[in-house]
Write a protein that binds this ligand. Structure first.
Ligand code: BGP
Length: 476
């Protein structure tokens, strides 16, 4: 890679991102069928039928990307828009929709980075065989990937296999589980099946689009020990093993981490591994690791016999993120007294990004792209129709500065995707929580004009891109 004299490489991909169900709308029209997440998301406030109106206004949106100066745009393709029955007949309108976007991106020299799977399994496959709980999904996913590589492979050279496999099983509305099987057992079985699907996607990509780069995007929350107590230090390590390195070791080394495997066996929740599974996973080497980074977490040790009533297993997926995950015998999350919090109580920790990137680099020595980073805020339109989202600017500036320090530390990072390009349906909180550089004129309950309005952060990021990050050293 060529390094410039500035803090970022010359060919750094300055990007922004979205995902299909969060921005497109038109969720049951133009040949598309419903996905699991669209069916299960809290419909009281999160209605995917219109979302950000991107299906209708994609053209305006790409014009705005050009104006912003984006070098790359990360978006996801909706499986049920391409294959309404999960497999078989292809929806030509779906293909055309993404072809139009890609064509216009290429015209403006904006590199498409395409996520193959961002939470949206076709609901029909869930009903037919239980979705990710069945090995049948692997060949359907493989076939879906093949359709994408065949139709878009000439123009798309960056592919993300699966978004946030690490979080998928923790957030109830992203998956459907069978009430008759112990939950944790199902989760790790599904995780194994999904890892195989990811591996198959890489194999298909190598065969069909050999000049493309492909890798997964993980949501990673690094864990800090609550104190210098040795038990707490170990608890943080175990939390990282279970919530991060389980996935990175599978993707990047093709192995189950021994500490995690032992934990799974001790609890009788290990997945079934068939002959050939691990060879398939190991031989699917990603070109890069995508990292979605929002926050860190503090954990302390809790004994096995801790009072169950006080324990919260996993996120509840709703607004109240102050409910911390706790696993008796391993760890319990708690608030960090040293970091600021977002309006949704997420820890704001730019230094944590540098820490994480160094950690990954030391373990795996693999090129990295930040596939998501940003902050959800309550943005208000002023009387003049402007949005002064200074909190977002500060957040992004601080994280980008830490990113440049990580690059200086020797970590190879080739791109940064602001989450998100336009305001979209927050996975947990609808339109109250806005991540976009571009405001969408709508609320949770009123779709209003869907007008696109550039926020202050849009102009700020435009300048960052224009100066290749050199403006970061200055002010807002
Ligand atoms: C990641 C998802 C994104 C996005 C983001 C913010 O987990 O990949 O799709 O939603 O988190 O999360 P939220 O919208 O819940 O604030």
């Amino acid at each position: 890679m060529n390094y410039s004299t500035g803090p970022f490489p010359n060919d750094f991909l300055w990007a922004a991102g979205t995902s299909a169900y969060q921005c497109e709308g038109a969720h049951l029209t133009h040949g598309k069928t419903i996905s699991v997440v669209e069916k299960n998301i809290n419909s009281e406030y999160a209605d995917p039928s219109v979302a950000s109106g991107h299906y209708q206004y994609w053209d305006i949106d790409v014009e705005l990307m050009k104006e912003l100066g984006l070098k790359a745009y990360r978006f996801s393709i909706s499986w049920p828009r391409i294959l309404p029955n999960g497999r078989g007949e292809i929806n030509p309108e779906g293909i055309q929709f993404y072809k139009n976007i890609i064509k216009k991106l290429k015209k403006y020299e904006i590199e498409p980075i395409v996520t193959i799977y961002h939470f949206d399994l076709p609901q029909c496959l869930q009903e037919e065989y239980g979705g990710w709980s069945s090995r049948k999904v692997i060949s359907d996913f493989e076939n879906y990937c093949q359709v994408l590589f065949d139709h878009f492979g000439d123009d798309v050279k960056y592919w993300i296999t699966i978004n946030e496999q690490s979080n998928m099983f923790q957030i109830p509305y992203l998956m459907e589980f069978d009430a008759n099987i112990p939950l944790e057992k199902q989760k790790f079985e599904m995780n194994h099946i999904m890892t195989l699907a990811h591996a198959k996607a890489i194999h298909r990509c190598r065969e069909t689009v050999p000049d493309a780069k492909i890798g997964p995007a993980l949501g990673i929350i690094p864990n800090y020990p609550a104190s210098p107590k040795p038990e707490d230090i170990l608890a943080a390590k175990k939390a990282d093993d279970l919530r991060t390195f389980l996935f990175t070791d599978l993707y990047l080394k093709g192995e189950y981490k021994t500490t995690v495997w032992n934990f799974l066996v001790e609890n009788g929740i290990e997945p079934n591994i068939y002959e050939g599974d691990m060879a398939c996973i190991k031989s699917a080497k990603p070109d890069f690791l995508g990292v979605n980074y929002y926050q860190t977490r503090v954990v302390k040790f809790i004994p096995k016999d801790a009072d169950e009533k006080d324990l919260k297993l996993n996120f509840d997926g709703e607004d109240d993120d102050t409910q911390y995950e706790a696993i008796p015998g391993l760890f319990e999350g708690q608030k960090n007294p040293y970091t600021d919090k977002t309006d949704w109580d997420w820890e704001i920790d730019p230094v944590g990004l540098r820490y994480l990137l160094n950690e990954i680099n030391d373990r795996y020595d693999i090129p990295i792209i930040i596939t998501e980073n940003g902050i959800g805020t309550v943005d208000e339109l002023t009387e003049n129709g402007e949005i002064h989202d200074d909190e977002k600017i500060t957040f992004l500036r601080d994280h980008l500065n830490q990113l440049s320090l990580a690059i200086n530390d020797g970590v190879e990072v080739w791109g940064f995707v602001v989450w998100s390009f336009i305001d979209l349906l927050s996975t947990s909180s609808g339109f109250r929580k806005r991540y976009g550089l571009v405001y969408i004129d709508r609320t949770d309950f009123d779709t209003r004009s869907l007008k696109r309005i550039k926020k202050k952060s849009f102009n700020w990021y435009q300048n960052v891109i224009l100066t290749d990050g050199k403006s970061l050293q200055n002010t807002n």
